[in-house]
Write a protein that binds this ligand. Structure first.
Ligand code: NAD
Length: 519
């Protein structure tokens, strides 16, 4: 059986090997998931919510040890592990603990007058077993955020972490230590072949987070079995900065959003469009802030200081993508104002600000997923919107302006799944807001109501009484019925509507309210 060798990206130190799951393991995992799922479904949503709170309690109590593991495998800073991973998972749990029972409660739906006497309801039922496949940039969030939502909706979960950051044993340790329901979320290790094999087990839904390239493959494999998929894919987020902003604040926010997690965030700022009058001032401010970031170095051994702003990148192949895009951009006329080259023999890439980038260059068009901030100029609001929308991706964006009406107008014009105004990535910090993208950034939404409903069979119920009434649309069809339905159509749907008078004269309804009340 193949094994994955895992290294610390900051030090290069070999950490451990983990065996990739073989066919037998994959089959057994799905058998266990299907065996436990009816027990999960039988629990009330409130009981499931109490179960997920145990995970939060464990994360709070054991956070330093968990941060050690996250930092060792991703190269991110301790603050990023704390704020973007543990804090975010706990924030989601805190929200869903109270919100899930309400979101998943049965809902009444209005019943049209033609169906008088019946009641309509919507009920939310589990799908069965959900397969969650994750990338390597936020391995704790990408496991627990979707998996716990799927569990809350009554599903069993099979989770495959990335082969780059498998965190061997950590997820299991957290769930076991927390006393979380055994087998409700199971972990399967391996690369994309294992991911493909898991899909062949025909889960009832796939929640995939990763590259657009792999998303296409996952969707194609899922299509064979008509498995519903939700795709959270790559991005090329734009930040649009108008001339009326507080330049220093906007520059600080955008520098953070470009370099957080060493730029390896799907909603990192990868294109910054600045209105012409403040362009020079903004670029100068961004370069100054970027140059002052305290970047960890390859030579630092042991635990990174808590004051470190930026860690290392996580994977050699990702550094090479950054280098290739930058080299091509520079060859085509782009200018690097700071950063631009990795520290030798390491995965440390400094914060890099680039100007004179065009959207014909890969750096302006394809996902970079590294600490590079291209800053470009625009003249008008319409031009800024057109530039931002000129992208194969549509994940997130931000608009920076003192004029909130304009900022919202622009936000609405952007073809993306989420927009923050005078901030970036901030919609993600609110678990009540839906998250997802459009275009090559995928589709489907999770978090908020949509997260739980996306992991549910949204079932419609129409309840009629048991009586001797034969419905008029049942057999036999007769000329009288045909005429009646024609008249009903006229009455209900021809404008202006005359159906109140019609019903009074044509049907034996005496329970209708006044004309004013029901029209
Ligand atoms: P990747 O697509 O290479 O791999 C992601 C996961 O999918 C891994 O677990 C991998 O083993 C698995 N996989 C790959 N091909 C597969 C296949 N054919 N069948 C089944 N499983 C397969 O992505 P990555 O390099 O790990 O992560 C970086 C990408 O993830 C970036 O594009 C980034 O933007 C994206 N991402 C998106 C979001 C989001 O929410 N939209 C969040 C984080 C990362």
């Amino acid at each position: 059986m193949a094994t994955l060798a895992v290294h610390n990206p900051r030090t290069g130190q070999f950490l451990y090997e983990v065996e990739e799951a073989g066919d037998e393991t994959v089959t057994a995992v799905f058998q266990r998931a299907r065996a436990v799922q009816p027990q999960i479904a039988a629990m009330s949503v409130a009981e499931r919510a109490r179960e997920i709170v145990k995970i939060s309690d464990y994360l709070v109590a054991h956070r330093e040890a968990i941060i050690d593991r996250l930092v060792a495998e991703t190269g991110k800073t301790r603050f990023e592990a704390l704020s973007n991973e543990l804090f975010e998972v706990c924030g989601g749990i805190d929200y869903f603990r109270d919100a899930a029972p309400k979101i998943l409660a049965d809902r009444k739906a209005p019943t049209p007058l033609v169906l008088l006497g019946k009641k309509s309801k919507i009920v939310f039922e589990p799908l069965g077993t959900v397969l969650v496949i994750a990338p390597w940039n936020y391995p704790l969030v990408q496991c627990f955020t979707p998996s716990l939502q799927a569990f809350l909706a009554g599903n069993a979960v099979v989770f495959k972490p990335s082969e780059v950051t498998p965190l061997r044993g950590l997820y299991e340790e957290i769930m076991r230590g927390a006393g979380f329901m055994p087998d409700a979320i199971q972990i399967v290790y391996g690369g994309k072949e294992v991911g493909a094999r898991l899909i062949q087990q025909r889960p009832d839904k796939i929640h995939f987070t990763g590259s657009s390239r792999a998303g296409r493959q996952v969707m194609a494999a899922a299509a064979e079995h008509l498995i519903p998929v939700e795709l959270e894919l790559g991005g090329k987020d734009a930040a649009i900065v108008f001339a009326d902003v507080e330049v220093e604040k906007a520059a600080n926010g955008i520098v953070w959003a470009a370099f957080t997690n060493a730029g390896q965030a799907c909603t990192a700022v990868e294109r910054c469009f600045v209105e012409e009058p403040i362009y020079e001032e903004f670029v100068a401010a961004a370069v100054k802030i970027a140059q002052n970031l305290r970047v960890a170095t390859a030579k630092q051994d042991g635990r990174l200081p808590d004051t470190c702003d930026m860690g290392s990148m996580t994977a050699e192949f990702q550094v090479q993508i950054v280098e290739k895009q930058l080299a091509e951009a520079v060859a085509a006329g782009a200018n690097v104002l700071c950063g631009g080259a990795r520290q030798p023999d390491s995965l440390f890439f400094p914060p890099t600000v680039v100007v004179d980038v065009t959207q014909e260059m890969a750096l302006g068009r394809e996902e970079t997923f590294g600490p590079v901030l291209p800053i470009m100029k625009f003249q008008t609001e319409a031009e800024a919107i057109a530039l931002a929308n000129d992208s194969p991706y549509g994940l997130g964006a931000s608009v920076w302006s003192a004029d909130l009406a304009r900022a919202e107008r622009v936000a609405r014009a952007l073809k993306v799944g989420n927009v923050a105004i005078n901030n970036h990535m901030l919609t993600e910090a609110n678990p009540a807001l839906p998250y997802g993208g459009v275009k090559a950034s995928g589709y489907g939404r999770y978090k908020g109501d949509w997260g739980l409903l996306g992991f549910s069979n949204v079932k419609a119920l129409m309840i009629g009484g048991d009586n001797d009434h034969i419905e008029s649309h049942w057999y036999p069809f007769t000329p009288t019925k045909y005429a009646l339905f024609g008249r009903l159509m006229e009455a209900f749907f021809r404008r202006p509507r005359a159906w109140v008078g019609f019903l009074r004269s044509a049907l034996p309804f005496d329970s209708l309210g006044s004309k004013e009340k029901i029209q």
